[in-house]
Design a protein around this ligand. Sequence first.
Ligand code: IFM
Length: 474
Amino acid sequence: MSAPGFPQLPPGFRFGAATAAYQIEGAHDEDGRGPSIWDTFSHTPGRTLGGATGDTACDHYHRHREDVALLRGLGVDGYRFSISWPRLLPQGTGAVNRKGLDFYDRLIDDLLAAGIAPAVTLYHWDLPQALETPSNGGSAAAGGWRVRRTAEAFAEYANVAADRYGDRVERWITLNEPFCSAFVGHAEGRHAPGAREGRGALVAAHHLLVAHGLAVRELRAAGAREVGITLNLDRLHAASDRPEDLAALRRAEVLHNEVWTEPLFAGRYPEHEAETWQGLADGPWRRPGDLELIGAPLDFLGVNFYRPVTVTAAPHRQEDPALRTAVDIGVAETDPYGTRQTTMGWPVVPSAFTELLTGLHARYPRLPPVWITENGSAEADSLTPDGRVHDPERIDYLAGHLAAVADAVTAGVDVRGYYVWSLLDNFEWARGYDQRFGLVHVDYHTLTRTPKDSYHWYRGLITAHRARTEETAR
Ligand code: IFM
């Protein structure tokens, strides 16, 4: 199978690669790092595939120089990584861990020396455990994102990070995919903290948005260059035109997208939230002034996209209405696409990416410029006897999705750049080490890194793009 040609993005469009702290760093108890909810969760039997943890992961904490060299070899303009909150503030607030601060200093300086612009995510799911279970005898259900204090602690952490790194970081992302933190973590329980609390997930969603708003204020006050948030938005379809499927689609739009996009870009809560949550969305956790705080203007929206979702109406599964509303909105997912699926079981439909981006552009006049902060595919990669990893499916996925971004740009959407997920194979949360998303293969026994064919393809794409940009500038 010959490699697909390079999609053409406009001159000046930027290319990067992305990772997240808990998925690659390892060194979970070194140099003063405190535990996070993901340490606790992954060490709890039965929570992750095969009991996998991030204790070692890709050992990036000790090998970051090698990883920066891989980024330089790839030719990327930018690198998106996350800071581990408990590495900087082991208790979540208060004392700052100097060794943790120094680690990201070295990483940022090495990136800049390699000509790579750092983009920092402040929260990629690794909440300090001390905030989840307060030491004052409070129970787990009394802490974490269920309480507003955690949003205030996040602002303190944002301030520490901006103060130290603000002079060198190009782009700040407050939260990564708050959908997963709130709903996968507090409703489905598949992610840390592993809670199934129904209404608790809605409270968590609101406090995450408040945390974002407070952090934006801190970042602005510290003179941060570009500030935004990353959402995993879904392109949703209804399985049919039946009224019940269309109603299911409306509820799914609230759950997946509007719970974030409406407060952020339209200054309101979703129109259909009452029918979606059956009255449980509104409560004393929402305070006057929150919408103004959450909706403060941003420099960009980060979009993570992997696959489309088709929904159909389904009977509610749970009897307890307080549990039911946040966990179960009476919707089931189907896969009518008939396309190839990645090893995550996700259908490959690039045109859905264009539709998502053009839909956002049409709906929100206040939408800031967009950066694609994640996109990529997990494939069944293996090292072959020639010492290489041949991953034509990933190349095909990337080519298709970058062409879909180019189509959105042609249709008028202001997309500035693209970070591929991911630089390295890494810890895929509850799926452990089974799913390989990297452009670089990692042998988890020896920690040897081997660039895959997709790494070479992406480098070729960047080189060709840069040549075209320079030609246009002449
Ligand atoms: O690995 C994750 C990442 O942490 C968040 N976005 C989706 C990726 C693939 O599942």
